[in-house]
Design a protein. Structure first.
Length: 281
């Protein structure tokens, strides 16, 4: 290890600056969220089997409720603009804007060149969890998704029901795309109900058993028409391991809830980014 310079302490003492101050972001309209939540009618829903995935369409202004049923279970969520698979959830930028974990009022942002809120977290029954003694929180945008490629890298064994493969099958079925074409659209997820953090010593990504219990729900308000694809992770509550059939796994439910006709009539979807894409050319 190289010797520290004479002014090492001074360099380390420089105060951090937030990369993206949250107060500069357009804030969600809390009055509009309250209006949506005050009058909801179930209009669609399905059950995601354990170690599998399913897709559902969520019209703008509607709520996608992800519901824990039967037992603690983590879900890996992909979001697409319903009419344009090229506009999809951007986990990395969402993390840069809101932090490592999402809570009520945070947005799920779409990729370049769109970069607009696809969904807003409208309610979260696990909001009480906060930050625990290990620095862990719930609903992360850190992890990528469990996948057979990393599995092969680490163990040589092929496992076909990782979230990546589950999302690929469900997206193919929902869109009519072939397996290879669908796989290219699968992207880094929001880990719904997953409890994670970074170790204090080396900053390594860790997981621990999710505090979610049957009846808990995570509600996303669709800002635009969405195609949502959710995998019930083979890691179950992600308290031990994933990428195998070892962990106890449970289903998840997705419900689509419609707001009042007045809310829908007044709905304005956020515009895509106004950048002209000239890139200095
Ligand atoms: Zn997974």
């Amino acid at each position: 290890m190289p010797d520290a310079p004479a002014d090492a302490a001074k360099r380390r003492a420089v105060a951090p600056v937030l990369c993206y101050p949250a107060e500069r972001l357009p804030r969600p309209d809390s009055g509009r969220i309250d209006a949506v939540l005050s009058d909801l009618t179930p209009v669609d829903g399905l059950r995601v089997p354990p170690r599998d995935a399913a897709a559902i369409r969520v019209p703008k202004g509607h709520v996608l409720r992800i519901l824990s049923v039967e037992g603690p279970q983590v879900g890996d969520l992909n979001l697409f603009a319903a009419a344009n698979l090229a506009e999809r959830f951007y986990s990395g930028k969402t993390r840069a804007l809101h932090g490592t974990h999402l809570g009520t009022g945070d947005r799920m942002w779409s990729c370049f060149p769109y970069l607009r809120p696809m969904a807003t977290v409208a309610a979260d029954s696990l909001d009480w969890y906060g930050t625990d003694a290990w620095g862990a929180r719930v609903h992360d945008v850190i992890g990528t998704r469990c996948d057979p490629y990393t599995g092969r890298l680490l163990s040589d064994a092929d496992y076909h029901h990782c979230c990546h493969s589950n999302l690929t099958r469900a997206l193919a079925q929902a869109t009519g795309l072939g397996r290879v074409a669908a796989e290219a659209h699968v992207h880094d997820v929001l880990n719904v109900f997953m409890c994670t953090g970074f170790t204090a010593d080396r900053g390594q990504y860790f997981m621990k058993a999710s505090p979610v219990r049957p009846g808990d729900h995570f509600d996303l308000l669709a800002e635009i028409d969405l195609l949502a694809v959710l995998s019930a992770c083979p890691g179950g509550d992600c308290g031990t391991e994933h990428s195998s059939d070892t962990a106890a796994c449970h289903p998840l439910e997705m419900e689509v809830l419609a707001p009042s006709a007045a809310v829908l009539a007044a709905w304005r979807e956020p515009p895509v980014s106004g950048y002209d894409r000239s890139h200095g050319v």
